[in-house]
Design a protein around this ligand. Structure first.
Ligand code: SF4
Ligand code: SF4
Length: 451
């Protein structure tokens, strides 16, 4: 069904429409203006690698997005499939000599698609449940976390796994259950009555911290490690209680209105701080790009640009402000995976590697194509499991055999890589870079034995 055939009564087309994009906030013409169709981006694209099809390449996607703007193509299946098969990994922008922002175009095009053809039926209900009713509400997420904790601790998980009850679930959901990390208590809740978590030594600065939505349910131990590392290095840490989900999952799914709503809430929550520390690459990248969501609102656009300047990945913050190098040996062989939204999205590659290299005893083995997407891509591994699995398989082929750990800076990648380890019979431990630094400090302090 095309937009023209679709019932348009639900949302009046706006004045900023462009060709066959009938709603506000259409793809930005300036983003494709520099594309000269050279094809230098093709080899970098995981979906082109898998399909060999032009429409699943960056160049092909740019062409399709432009064709709709020129009125040559309608918003129909032929358009939707390539747009939603994109991982939004940004590898093409790194490869492109003209810096064409294909990921940004994809997100804007998805916004148009979801307004033209809102998800209905089961897909619509599931999308609403997660994107509207769950992720923006930390209390509800915490309840889910408590249920998962009960499931893990009560022995129910063991029974479910033993009785093969998981066989009735779709395979990719069963795979996810198998790698679910141990759920611990969320740090936002833990520090809800603490105004400032004081630096362990002399205070050099104050920073605010994003605790994230799923991050604080599934990986609150990484949030704890982030606080430990920050406070050890002269940072007073504040966790604003009115912060919310960054909105990345919403924007990737085409729900830009919800993305804007969450962006506004976070901009208010972090207004009084000069530095906002983020330990999840996807969230950091989104928060640095909030201005993209307000292209049609000059005042909010300017505010968002100012806000984004304050957002900093933990590895870059440590690198730029200086931090205590651990002194005790960790003795481990490790490789590093570049999360797309850290390497391609934020240009952060060396800083996390330096953190690992500065831990005595850590033997770093480089991973070929370390900045190739792992297939996680937000909720892509749930919405596009076949392509996500194919991309993961390629990724796992590049993981060196003899390493004990794979380090990275994004929770989505951690889950996906854990799935890869499990699926392909590997035995590496998946760690966040800041976690390893925290463990090194703990070992030095005699709190933690080994790793
Ligand atoms: S996106 Fe960049 S690399 Fe790809 S075809 Fe266009 S100009 Fe060339
Ligand atoms: S963002 Fe990634 S998947 Fe999408 S076109 Fe670019 S390289 Fe391909």
């Amino acid at each position: 069904m095309s937009v023209q055939e679709h019932d348009l009564k639900q949302d009046p087309p706006c004045t900023t429409s462009l060709g066959n994009y009938l709603w506000s906030d259409p793809p930005d013409e300036n983003k494709w203006a520099d594309c000269v169709h050279c094809g230098m981006c093709l080899e970098s694209c995981p979906t082109y690698e898998q399909t060999g099809q032009e429409q699943h390449s960056p160049r092909g996607r740019v062409h399709l997005i432009k064709s709709v703007a020129e009125g040559k193509l309608q918003v129909n299946e032929q358009f939707i499939d390539p747009v939603f098969q994109c991982l939004d990994c940004r590898a093409c922008t790194t490869a492109c000599p003209a810096d064409v922002d294909v990921g940004g175009l994809i997100e804007e095009a998805r916004g148009q698609i979801r307004q033209a053809m809102p998800l209905t039926g089961l897909k619509g209900a599931v999308s609403k449940l997660f994107l509207h009713d769950l992720f923006p509400h930390q209390n509800r997420l915490n309840t889910v976390g408590s249920l998962l904790k009960f499931y893990q601790k009560s022995g129910m998980q063991k029974v479910v796994r033993k009785t093969k009850l998981l066989n009735i679930m779709p395979q990719h959901l069963a795979d996810m259950e198998a790698i679910m990390p141990e759920v611990k208590s969320p740090v936002k809740k833990k520090y809800k009555d603490v105004k400032v978590i004081k630096s362990k030594g002399e205070t050099k600065r104050e920073v605010a911290m994003l605790t994230g939505c799923i991050m604080d349910v599934m990986f609150s131990d990484i949030n704890e490690s982030t606080i430990n590392v920050l406070t050890r290095n002269g940072n007073d840490v504040v966790i604003p209680q009115n912060q919310t989900c960054c909105g990345a999952l919403h924007v990737h799914a085409g729900d830009r209105d919800m993305g804007r709503k969450l962006a506004k809430q976070n901009m208010e929550a972090f207004e009084d701080f000069d530095k906002i520390i983020v330990n999840a690459a996807g969230c950091g990248c989104m928060m640095k790009e909030y201005a993209e969501l307000f292209k049609e609102d000059r005042e909010m656009h300017a505010k968002a640009e100012k806000f984004s300047e304050k957002v900093e990945d933990i590895s870059k913050h440590l690198h730029d402000t200086g931090y205590e190098k651990p002194k005790t040996e960790m003795k481990t062989k490790i490789t590093y995976h570049d999360a797309c939204h850290l390497a391609h999205g934020q240009g952060i590659r060396q800083q996390p590697r330096d953190i690992l290299l500065n831990i005595p005893g850590v033997d770093m083995v480089s991973m070929p194509n370390s900045d190739r997407c792992c297939g996680s891509a937000g909720i892509y591994n749930i919405t596009n499991p076949e392509m996500a699995n194919a991309v993961l398989e390629s990724k796992m082929e590049n993981v060196p055999d003899d390493v004990e750990m794979i380090s990275m800076g994004n929770p989505g990648c951690m889950l996906q890589m854990a799935m890869g380890v499990q699926k392909y019979g590997r035995n590496q431990k998946i760690v966040h870079t800041v976690q390893l630094l925290d463990w090194a400090y703990q070992k030095e302090d005699g709190v933690k034995e080994g790793v």
